[in-house]
Design a protein around this ligand. Structure first.
Ligand SMILES: [Zn+2]
Length: 140
């Protein structure tokens, strides 16, 4: 038996193996925040950190949370967010998840590589995807 045949056999074998999946995009996970209740107030502990994962300014994300939770609040030192209301972590994370879905993830390709852009109209904003180029209006 010749060496050549053996190699041909190997080549044949490798050709039959399934091709490696080239899809590298891991599913983006919305960050989860830790919540601390202090009397009638709520502190979101790792707020700034969560915002940086979303590539959004804490000011923008907090504005969304104040509106959705219908309470005022303020950004605090140490990357925390103070909410003037009592919320469980599930409630805060639900809203953060909503922000993630509506203002971060591209509705076309599902990637988080997006940025918000003003349309020039009053309250007009679009979500522009850097991965696939899709432009989608954002609900304010
Ligand atoms: Zn996209």
């Amino acid at each position: 038996m010749s060496n050549y045949n053996y190699e041909a056999l190997l080549d044949n074998l490798y050709a039959k193996l399934p091709k490696k999946n080239t899809f590298t995009g891991e599913r983006f996970e919305c960050p989860i925040v830790e919540v601390l209740n202090q009397g009638s107030k709520t502190i979101v502990k790792n707020f700034e950190n969560a915002c940086s994962k979303l590539r959004r300014k804490p000011e923008e994300v907090s504005k969304f949370l104040f509106k959705e939770l219908a309470v005022p609040g303020e950004l605090q030192q140490g990357g925390r967010l103070l909410l003037h209301g009592k919320f469980r972590d599930k409630q805060v994370n639900e809203k953060l998840n909503l922000y993630c879905k509506t203002q971060v993830l591209c509705s076309q390709c599902g990637k988080p590589d997006t940025h918000l852009q003003s349309t020039g109209e009053r309250h007009g904003k679009v979500l522009k995807c850097e991965a696939c180029g899709a432009v989608n209006p954002v609900r304010e």
